[in-house]
Design a protein around this ligand. Structure first.
Ligand SMILES: Cc1cc2nc3c(=O)[nH]c(=O)nc-3n(C[C@H](O)[C@H](O)[C@H](O)COP(=O)(O)OP(=O)(O)OC[C@H]3O[C@@H](n4cnc5c(N)ncnc54)[C@H](O)[C@@H]3O)c2cc1C
Length: 339
């Protein structure tokens, strides 16, 4: 009988993020697909034991916890030691890990130490018997179904791929795992710096993604630039719609070229082949023509609309469900008024 280990961590306040409960849903399904597999869990971080209470009722046999001050902050040496210790204690065959930056960064190292295999960015299960997972390659352009015989098999689940699990608070058996830490100097967090100018424009949980293309900062029909107005309209929309902001490459590159820019737009906002592929229910592309933002950056957006002055914008035509041939300045102004 194989053993499936759900591997998750708490946040700074000792809570479980939605993506941890999404991974629980995936783990339950994985155990089901393996037939008679049993399900256990490993929780790392501050308040791990208390947070384990949220897993009650999911059919988990035992929860292995690693808590304490050394594990409240994410760092490679302590996190990898914790994951290794949990996997050894649980004797896991399949490790279903939340695809957070904290876990993704240690999984391949731990898989190597345990002579296992790892697949990251898994978004679902494949067809057929047994456990087959679907994952993306080449910047989300190719999807593959992967099946492995090697164990332990580490599988990290991309956030937003499964429904978060919710259930009754039945008590679960917990057990604190001893972790021997390597002899490295302690890391003290003295502060945080964000690359944006103090404005949080990337919101993975937002309903809507607004994509701003380079057209916003180009000469408009009256022969003038309107970057300042564009910035105000976009900022207003982001606030009112609680939307996340994506940008085309041409748009974000301009900042480093000293052109007229949207001040809160950085390379972190870029979507597309060489950018990110965020998941949101709706997307609105404005002043954007490029193939990469429309074909790749929008891949996981369910309902897509675009505003472009150019009726021949092939990518907006091909990839948007609705294309408004219109001036984004006028449309966004009206939308903001309505909001
Ligand atoms: C290897 C490689 C990788 C790349 N990776 C990426 C990537 O990851 N992401 C990415 O975005 N790009 C990427 N690119 C670049 C991409 O091919 C395009 O050059 C880029 O996306 C174009 O950006 P844009 O659509 O914002 O600008 P433009 O092509 O300049 O389009 C501006 C659009 O705005 C419209 N417009 C102007 N004013 C208005 C207005 N008032 N109202 C409405 N519409 C208006 C115009 O009609 C035009 O269609 C990559 C290119 C290469 C070669």
């Amino acid at each position: 009988m194989e053993k499936v280990l759900l591997l998750i961590h708490t946040d700074n306040e000792g809570n479980l993020h939605k993506s941890m409960l999404e991974t629980l849903t995936a783990s339950i399904e994985a155990a089901g697909r393996l037939g008679d597999a049993s399900l256990v869990a490993g929780v790392i971080g501050a308040g791990a034991e208390t947070a384990s209470g949220q897993l009650g009722g999911a059919g988990i046999k035992k929860v292995y916890t690693v808590s304490g001050d050394e594990f409240s902050v994410s760092r490679y040496s302590s996190d990898s030691a914790a994951v290794e210790a949990i996997c050894r204690a649980a004797e896991a065959d399949i490790v279903m890990a939340a695809g957070s930056s904290r876990l993704n960064r240690v999984l391949s190292g731990v898989a190597f130490r345990l002579d296992g295999r790892v697949d990251t960015h898994v978004t679902g299960f494949g067809d057929g018997e047994g456990l087959t997972v679907n994952r993306w390659f080449y910047r989300q352009r190719i999807i593959a179904s992967v099946k492995r015989t090697e164990r332990p098999w580490f599988i990290s689940i991309d956030p937003g791929s499964f429904e978060p699990w919710s259930g009754s608070g039945e008590a679960v058996e917990t057990c604190e795992v001893e972790v021997s830490l390597p002899d490295v100097p302690a890391v003290e967090v003295v502060g945080e710096k964000t690359p944006t100018s103090g404005e949080q424009t990337i919101k993975p949980d937002a309903e809507i993604l607004l994509v701003a293309g380079a057209g916003w900062t180009k000469i408009q029909r009256d022969g003038a630039l309107h970057a300042g107005e564009a910035e105000e309209l976009i900022r207003d929309f982001l606030g009112k719609a609680q939307a996340s902001l994506g940008g085309s490459k041409s748009m974000v590159d301009q900042a480093s070229e000293g052109e007229a820019v949207i001040s809160f737009m950085t390379h972190l906002n870029q979507i597309g082949q060489t950018g990110s592929t965020p998941r949101h229910r709706k997307g609105l592309a404005t002043c954007c023509h490029g193939e990469e933002p429309h074909a790749v950056g929008w891949r996981f957006i369910n309902e897509r609309r675009a505003i472009n002055l150019d009726p021949n914008c092939g990518w907006a035509q091909g990839k948007a469900d609705v294309l408004y041939i219109s001036d984004s300045f006028k449309v966004l102004k009206k939308v903001n008024e309505l909001l």
